[in-house]
Write a protein that binds this ligand. Structure first.
Ligand code: URA
Length: 211
């Protein structure tokens, strides 16, 4: 009989109160779900301990898996542009992901992004909760549907509810907006421009509310 894969990162967490550096080391040993297989490394978040805003993406992409840092590929460049236009310095923000390992399918030599399931996101969330315990940010922004639904509930619809403030224990100010990758996948230049503008507007609204 096949043995069910574990689906919970909790047994791999370090002791309560572990620092971000300790979390970054411990997450490399996480086997709380099968997604670690075939990856280069786990990718914890990055940014200063006193960051006022935490941005949560879906999962590391191919570049992030190789470099071990979040949002350093094409989606990261789109995010950087939007943050700059919104008046948020990326160096003042903590950027992380709901899932810490890159989930992919192999197509020849290429690794193609594969969306993590709701169960995989749930299994990985204890890492994000520990990051947030250390950071205690003023604002948390979920980027895209995977992070939004994992953090704010399965019924959350980013297309309809982006930019809305959500009641949550995660931070005093919680909201969701478009994922930068969705903008890069837009079907036309016009659609891309509009989506980029939406991301900038949602981030600007957050920036204005920060102390
Ligand atoms: N997409 C994400 O959601 N996170 C990254 O770190 C990179 C791409």
């Amino acid at each position: 009989m096949a043995v069910a894969e574990p689906m919970d990162a909790t047994p791999f967490l370090p002791e309560a109160g572990a620092t971000l550096d300790e979390l970054a080391r411990a997450v490399e040993e996480c086997r709380g779900c099968p997604l670690w297989r075939g990856t280069t490394q786990a990718v914890l978040g990055e940014g200063p301990l006193d960051a006022r805003v935490v941005l949560v993406g879906e999962q590391p992409g191919d570049r992030e898996d190789v470099e071990g840092r979040p949002f350093v590929g094409p989606a990261g460049h789109e995010l950087d542009r939007a943050l700059e236009e919104a008046g948020i310095d990326r160096d003042d923000a903590y950027v992380t992901n709901a899932v810490k390992h890159f989930k992919f399918k192999e197509r020849g030599k290429r690794r193609i992004h594969d969306k993590p399931t709701y169960t995989e996101v749930g299994a990985c969330l204890p890492w994000l909760e520990r990051e947030l315990e250390q950071l205690r940010p003023q604002a948390l922004v979920a980027l895209g549907a995977t992070a939004a639904q994992g953090l704010l509930g399965r019924d959350f619809r980013v297309t309809r509810q982006h930019g809305q403030l959500v009641e949550s224990e995660l931070a005093p100010l919680v909201t969701a907006t478009l994922h930068p990758s969705a903008i890069l996948r837009a079907r036309s230049v016009e659609a891309r421009r509009e989506m980029h503008q939406t991301l900038v507007e949602d981030l600007t609204a957050v920036a204005k509310r920060l102390d």
